[in-house]
Structures are given as structure tokens and as C-alpha cells.
Write a protein that binds this ligand. Sequence first.
Ligand code: 5GP
Length: 207
Amino acid sequence: MSQKGLLIVVSGPAGSGKGTVLKHVLKNEDFKYSVSATTRAPRPGEINGVNYHFITREDFLDRIASGMMLEHTEYCGNYYGTPLKEAEEVLASGKHLILELEMEGAMNVKRMYPDAVLILLIPPNYATQEARLRGRATETEDKILARLAKAREEIQLAGEYDYVIYNRDFGDKEAAADMFAIVRAEISSTKRNPKIIENYLAEGKDE
Ligand code: 5GP
């Protein structure tokens, strides 16, 4: 995959408030959100093609078979996957691409693309997470419990991420600012600037 923009993976367990934080980040035109395909039913207010591409199981399996997914996973009984072509186009254009993935998916992307920047957004603690999830009230008790259990299991992978951001109550703008700061730091990292010396010695040729 040819890449000019940064491949950014954001994970946040249910109740981490990542939707609100990403809304702030995506107001910046240097960033693009990767719209995943899923077999999950839309939640109230979700729009096909904006939040997800809502597709059938059959269609999803076809897309995997024909190599159209950058990665995919089965999560809480549904399939989710990142469309490859869209990701390639955004990165080649120089924009930073945000993939919002569950934690196993994030690990897979890191294995395939070691240059990816992995950011974990989490609630300040478990009690806050539970309260936020119940406040959403769009899901049955069974589903809420399954998501909380999954979150507790997933958090074990926290140490594999490059960065962690705690999303405190009413702290979503601060969390978005942290994300911008991370991206700026990554762009300036020496590992992403392998030609520092050549550029220095070529002084005068460029500018
Ligand atoms: P939800 O059903 O709450 O929208 O998403 C469930 C989980 O799947 C979330 O952690 C979300 O970040 C993750 N997810 C959404 N799209 C993708 C995808 O394309 N690939 C992977 N691996 N996970 C995804």
C-alpha cells in the first residue's frame, strides 16, 4: 500500500466516547474517516455510507473472498471490515486515515503495517464506562453486558498501543487536541524522516 498520509488506528471500548472525540478530529480536513462495512443492523440515527456500509453477510463474505478488505473481524456476532481501495486512495492523497477498530483488528493492522499509529481511547475507569453505556440506552441489557465483558477482556491489549488517551467526562475536546498532538509528534519523528542528513546537505537545492 503506497502511503503519504498517516495510517491511524483508534480503538475505544464501548462507552469510551470515541465517536464524539473523532467528530472533533474530523472537522480538520487533513483527516479522513474510513467507513467500515458491517453486517450489524444500523442503530437509530446511523446512516448507510456515513457511519458504516451496512451490508449482508453474503455480500461481506464475497468482499473478503475477492480481496476487497484491508482487514476484517467478527465482533460480538457481526462482521466488520475496512474497505481496501478507499484506504489506499485517502493515504495516497496525503490525508491521514483514521480506522476505528476493535483491539484485535488494531493488532492485525499493526502486524501488516508497522508504520501505523495505534491510539487507545479509554474512559477514565470502568464505572464511568458502564454509566455511559447504560446512558446510551439503545441496546438491550444482554448486549450491554456482552460489550462490557468484551471491553474488560480487550483492555488486556492496552500495552500494545503506541498512545493512550483518557477521555474524561466533558473532556472530548481535550482528547481531540491530544490526538492532534500525537499526529504532529509522529510526523516529526526521526523514524518518519529518514533523509534528514541528505536534505540538510542538499541545502539550497529545494528552497
Ligand atoms: P459498533 O458495533 O459499536 O459500531 O462497533 C463494534 C466494534 O467494532 C468497535 O470497537 C469498532 O471500533 C469496531 N469496528 C468497526 N469497524 C471495524 C472494522 O472495519 N474492522 C474492525 N476490526 N473493527 C471494526
